[in-house]
Design a protein around this ligand. Structure first.
Ligand code: IDP
Ligand code: MG
Length: 140
């Protein structure tokens, strides 16, 4: 079993799609072991996406991620990060495979509904960014 971090982004929460997206995640057999609602600040969003600091979309990304509450979720499954990236699809919904969450719900490459960690190392770091160990439940 491994863990990954999902974030329901502000567009997902604002458009009242959180329930539908969580249902899709659960139907794909991910187990939720942590979940909360947070409002990111310029500082916390900037730190979370620091790897993209030099990219042209960085300022817009920070603006978007602070535009409303988000819902970080810790998910457990075998090969969690790979399986979750498959479930959400490509960054740009126009390029995302049929049946993926971004393809079905996202409106643009920037406002793309959901985040998913891209490696086990980043999953650990990103989970730690939002959750302490005591906020994660033991399922067994
Ligand atoms: P990912 O979320 O699929 O891993 P990344 O390349 O890590 O994609 O980019 C992080 C986030 O930055 C994306 O999910 C999206 O919200 C935003 N982003 C990435 N590329 C662009 C772009 O070309 N235009 C606008 N926003 C972008
Ligand atoms: Mg990424």
């Amino acid at each position: 079993m491994s863990r990954t971090l999902a974030i329901l982004k502000p567009d997902c929460v604002k458009r009242n799609l959180a329930g539908e997206v969580i249902a899709r995640i659960q139907k794909a057999n991910f187990k939720i072991v942590g979940l909360k609602m947070v409002r990111l600040t310029k500082e916390t969003a900037g730190e979370f996406y620091a790897v993209h600091k030099e990219r042209p979309f960085y300022a817009g990304l920070v603006e978007f991620m602070t535009s409303g509450p988000c819902v970080p979720i810790v998910l457990e499954k075998e090969d969690a990060f790979e399986e979750f990236r498959k479930l959400i699809g490509a960054t740009d919904p126009k390029e995302a495979a049929a049946g993926t969450i971004r393809r079905d719900f996202a409106e643009s490459k920037g406002e793309n509904i959901v985040h998913g960690s891209d490696s086990p190392e980043n999953a650990e770091r990103e989970i730690g960014f939002f959750f302490s160990e005591r906020e994660l439940v033991e399922l067994k």
